[in-house]
Design a protein around this ligand. Structure first.
Ligand SMILES: [Zn+2]
Length: 252
């Protein structure tokens, strides 16, 4: 891991901090929460694609993580660092971000920034923001409008570059999607150059209490489904396996 600004982490390897006894000799893979949550949205079950194959996924919690998914596969980038949409600058004159830049998206649409701007505790559940806006509270309404504006700037830039006009909102952003969607879709329609022929759409992710953990389970179980024989005998990994029966064959 190079950096996790909202956790205050940098230059550490999480896997090395885990107790070996927890792993019980099992191999360990570490993944980014937003990438794994996007993987969960791309599959209805391990190894089975969902109705979504090409989409931008936003994971809204304290900050905002993200992932671009193409043909069901999360785009990792050259070093595995792709998808940091929360730190796309939407206003160079905006507030300082913990990443060191200014005016990052999550300074407007991250959970902490949005709830604070709406006059709520940063731990306030989404129902409180929904209630305030529905009741016509002007401060809460302005905060949601600013968040939708910032999201539209960042997302329109990505859609114009990648031609992936489907946006899936996860986490806190998914829970307040009814507030964001109308303004956000209108703004994307205006900002995305191909919108006339392919209308950008915004939808909430199917609710999951821990989409990153589910995505991690999907990733590992998909590997089992794709190569089940490997889990019966180590030699299967070398190609000496009858995959149709799951029985490994050892050459003498
Ligand atoms: Zn930032």
């Amino acid at each position: 891991m190079q950096r996790a600004p909202n956790l205050g982490w940098s230059d550490l390897r999480p896997a090395e901090l885990l107790d070996d006894s927890v792993l019980a000799g099992l191999p360990l893979a570490v993944g980014n929460e937003a990438n794994l949550a996007a993987q969960q949205a791309a599959q209805s079950a391990p190894g089975r694609p969902s109705a979504l194959s090409d989409f931008l996924y936003l994971s809204g919690e304290i900050g905002i993580g993200g992932a671009a998914v193409r043909a069901g596969q999360v785009m990792m980038g050259r070093h595995g660092w792709a998808g940091e949409i929360g730190h796309v600058c939407v206003d160079p004159a905006g507030p300082i971000c913990r990443c060191g830049s200014t005016g990052c998206l999550e300074q407007y649409a991250g959970r902490h920034a949005l709830t604070a701007a709406a006059g709520l505790e940063t731990t306030a559940p989404p129902e409180q923001l929904l209630g305030l806006v529905t009741a016509g509270d002007p401060t809460a309404r302005r905060a949601v409008t600013a968040a939708a504006q910032a999201l539209s700037v960042a997302l329109a830039g990505i859609i114009n570059v990648l031609d992936i006009p489907t946006v899936v909102l996860g986490g806190y952003l998914g829970q307040i999607a009814p507030l964001l969607r109308p303004d956000l879709e209108d703004l994307l329609q205006a900002r995305v150059i191909s919108a006339r022929w392919s209308t950008p759409t915004v939808q909430a992710a199917t609710y999951s209490p821990a989409p990153g953990a589910t995505g991690a389970a999907f990733r590992e179980l998909t590997a089992v489904i794709e190569h089940p024989a490997r889990w019966f005998h180590p030699t299967a990994a070398a190609g000496n396996a009858d995959v149709s029966t799951g029985v490994s064959i050892t050459r003498s």
